[in-house]
Every structure is written in C-alpha cells, then in structure tokens.
Write a protein that binds this ligand. Structure first.
Ligand code: ACM
Length: 501
C-alpha cells in the first residue's frame, strides 16, 4: 500500500491479503445516483491494468468467492463530499462513500493498490494480492485543478481527454481550459461565428489552429464529469483579446487595426471597455458557454491588461462580474481582478502579485493558488529542458513539490484558500507528447499538495512513491520527463499491449 499518490490521510495495515481473481465480483449500492457507474469504471480499469474482467452488480453470481462492494453510506465519519473509507479484509473490499464523487476518489486508490503482477504460485488461477487494512481519506483542499492553454496552441478533444484521464487518476477535480487569447479563439459561439472562423484559424508559430464546436466542448465536459471533474471555461479579457478583435474589430480598444497574431508577446490587446456592444458580446459568450458547463465557475481571465487604463479595467471587471452572475456562475479571474470592488463569491487565481491575493482576503473572497514560480507547468525543469519557458523560474520536480499552499502567502487565513491549480501554458508545446513532458511528473506532485495534509507530505517519502508511478505512466504511454532526481521503477509489463485506443 506504500505507493499511493496522493498519500491518503490514514492507512492502517492489517498484514494479510485480499485475493483478487476471476471469482471476485463488484457490487454497488444501486439506489444511489452514480454508484453503479463508478463500479463499472473500476471494472474497466482493472481490465485495462491486469486483463481481468469482473462483473458489476450481476445477481447470478454462483461462483463468486470474494466481493468488492461500493457502498453509499451516510455515516457521520464521512465528512465532506469527497471523503471515503476503504476496508480491505481477506474476504471483501468495502468502499464507503456518501457521494458517487467520493466513491470515485476511493476507486482511484483501489486502482493503485491492485498489483500489476499476479501471484501464480499460490493458486491454480492467477490471483492479485491486495494488502488488507483500512484507509480513511479526504482531501485537504476543496479545489484541485489543472489548466490547459488550448489558445496558444490548439489541443484536440482526444488529447484533452487523455489529460483528464491522467489527472482524474491522481484525484484532481477540475480542469480549467484557457479557451481564448491573442493567438486564438477556441470555442464555437453560435451568435458570433467569426470568432472561430477567423480567430480560430491560427496559433503560435502560424500553424492552423483549431477550435471546439459546441458539441465537442460538451463532449469534453461530459467526459470530465464521468470522472467527477469539472471543466472551468476561461475567456480571457479585457486583455489577451487580439483573436476576438480580429474577428470583430468593433470590440477592439487599443486604437490599432487588429491582425492575426502568431507570436508570443503579451499585454498589447484590450477590448474597448466603454462600449455597450462589448458587454452585449460578453453576455452572449458567457450565456452560450455557461449553458454548456454544469460547474459553478466561469473564468474571465483579467491578467496582463497592460494597455487598458486602470479605471477602465476596474469598470470592466465589475461589469463583467454582474454578467457572469446573471448567468448563474461564480466569477474566477487571475489575481489582478481583485483590484475591482468585487463580490466575496468571486475567486482570485493567484499567479503573480501577492498584494492582489491579499486584496481578495480583504473582500472575503477565496483564492486558488497557482504561483508561477512554483505551480506553472510550462516552466522548464532546468536549463536543458526541451520545452517550456523560465521567466518565473526553473522548476525541478522537488521545487514543484516542496511548499505548502495554505502557508504560501503570509496573512492569508486557511478558509480563504479554495485550492490549488497547476496551469500549463502552451507557447512552446503543440502536441500531446510535449504536453505530457511538461506536465508529468510535476502534476502528480501538485495532486499531493492539493489532497494530502502538510503533516503527511515529505519529499524523501514522496520521491519513492513517485518512482513507483512509472509503470502506470508507461502503460498509459505518457511521455513523462524522466527527472534524474527520481529512481524510476522499471515496469515489468511495458511490452504487454493491453492499452486500447
Ligand atoms: C498569466 O500567467 N498571465 C496568468
């Protein structure tokens, strides 16, 4: 059980083993919403990992000897919506959870403790031995997100889905999609079709760009939801809006004729913050995207609006907050938005300026921590890294792991910390494999910063558990960066083609 990431709150081993084999079956609570799907998900992942197909909720189970039971429980011991408990004995694995979401988190733990290798000497049929004991677990932080910039370079639905699969395995519960920037607009807006026709036509370096139709975006949202992850859509404004302004020049406020942009500079674009048409446009965009997004959040960007006058910027974010709220969402923005007189329900994503984060606290607002020098996945590991930038820092795997989100900024009370997010900007990457090189293994460490308490985190111990992730990453064909700080475990099964497309 020692290789789990993120490390659970409490693990009490009882030094025996549950034998998983063809006589094991999965059962779930059937009246509770979503539990059977969680059981099916577990069955599929066990099949992928060890090529053993377990039945789910089959009543005719004459040959069943041992069961895995995913149980909806209202026990008061389960505090919080993602809290679960696993009881593993010689005869049964019982996963208790109040919600399907919590059961899904528990299933990730179970996936990790099913061994890759069966013990074939003990019995006639292969048997995979799961150590017995009790696991009591819940997250340290409520929001645990990744972010993918699909604007600087476009990533396909398939690439995004694979990223969701990997993040969900490490108990992330959100993926923020940076859907617009100077170089590209990546989501179809039916009432403003040129955004994708023109604004979606290129990317950094001048490639062909791309965009998600609303159907494709909805497909991503629903794919994430099945793994109990929310999609947080971001339309970055009033700066980072060149692609929108090229599509509809009436939006532009920097006094120049907008042209498609394929470079990497920031801070040159702005909407005209004093034009009603701009707010009518934003209303349409927020309405159409919100209708496709079940989660509570809408991200308005708000960073690096260097050519927007400060008073215009403040007027803008305050007015856009009302639009976001009108469409039933909580506004999230990069930390600059907190210069405005905002509601306490709005959320600041801290990336750069501590003063802005402290202004959020003054307003009673919550903060997502994404400090660039610690949490930006696009920062190079070191000066030899093949991809990435280093304007904030070089971030080797240990630097990424060794910090405490709740204590990162002095003067921020714990209750103001909503969570942590690891943004992956894509100026220097354009393929799934390059994405994986920057995200892994660091994204695994951020999962532990979000889930595991500070008392349970320790670099020397984490390093060993991270090394044990190699077989999973290889099985998933993840192009992770093989940091020399880690003594990577070699998979015995890398040659076995059990991964399907
Ligand atoms: C940012 O990195 N401009 C939020």
């Amino acid at each position: 059980m020692e290789s789990m990431v993120p490390k659970p709150l409490e693990v009490i081993p009882t030094h025996s083993a549950f034998g998983l084999n063809q006589y094991t079956a999965i059962y779930t609570s059937q009246t509770a919403n979503g539990f059977e799907e969680v059981g099916q998900f577990l069955a599929d992942k066990i099949k992928d990992k060890i090529n053993l197909r377990l039945s789910v909720n089959e009543s005719d189970a004459g040959s069943v000897e041992r069961i895995i039971y995913i149980n909806q429980s209202d026990s008061t011991a389960l505090d919080g919506k993602e809290s679960y408990q696993l009881y593993i004995t010689k005869d049964s694995v019982i996963l208790n959870a109040k919600t399907a979401e919590a059961a899904f988190r528990g299933v990730q733990t179970l996936r990790q403790i099913v061994p890759e290798i069966s013990n074939d000497t003990l019995t006639e049929h292969p048997m995979w031995l799961i150590p017995t004991g009790k696991i009591i677990d819940r997250p340290n932080l409520e929001y645990r997100g990744g972010m993918l910039d699909v604007a600087r370079h476009f990533f396909t639905v398939k690439e995004v889905k694979k990223y969701i699969d990997l993040l969900a395995y490490y108990k992330y519960n959100a993926l923020h999609l940076h859907l617009s920037d100077d170089q590209g607009w990546r989501i179809e807006i039916k009432s403003w079709p040129k955004l994708t026709e023109i604004g979606g036509s290129t990317e950094v370096g001048g490639g062909e760009g791309g965009f998600y139709t609303q159907e494709e975006y909805a497909e991503i949202v629903s794919y994430a939801l099945k793994q109990h992850m929310l999609i947080i859509p971001e339309i970055d404004m009033p700066g980072h809006t060149n692609a929108a302004s090229v599509s509809y020049p009436i939006l532009n406020g920097n006094g120049k004729t907008p042209k498609l942009y394929t470079g990497m500079r920031v801070g040159f674009s702005t909407f005209d913050t004093r034009k009603d048409t701009v707010y009518a446009f934003i209303d349409d965009v927020v309405r159409e995207i919100s209708a496709l997004t079940p989660g509570p959040f809408f991200h308005i960007g708000g960073d690096e609006s260097h050519v927007t006058k400060k008073k215009d910027y403040i007027y803008f974010v305050e007015r856009v907050e009302k639009i976001v709220q009108k469409h039933g969402k909580r506004m999230v923005g990069w930390d600059e938005i907190m210069q405005g007189d905002l509601d306490k329900t709005s959320v600041a994503q801290h990336w750069n300026t501590e003063k802005n984060a402290l202004m959020a606290v003054e307003k009673g607002a919550q903060i997502i921590l994404s400090p660039a020098k610690k949490a930006y996945l696009d920062m190079q590991y070191d000066s030899l890294s093949k991809h990435g930038l280093h304007w904030a820092a070089y971030i080797p795997v240990d630097t990424a792991y060794i910090w405490t989100p709740k204590k990162f900024i002095a003067g921020i009370p714990e209750e103001n910390i909503l969570g942590i997010e690891a943004p992956l900007w894509s100026e220097t990457i354009s393929t799934g494999s390059e994405l994986e090189y920057l995200a892994f293994p660091r994204a695994i460490g951020y999962s532990e910063l979000g889930w595991t308490t500070a008392e349970n985190r320790d670099w020397e111990n984490y390093k060993i558990r991270l090394a044990d992730q190699a077989p999973f990453l290889e099985r998933m064909e993840v192009n992770y960066y093989p940091s020399k700080l880690i003594d990577w475990k070699k998979s015995k099964h890398t040659e076995r083609p059990i991964l399907k497309d």
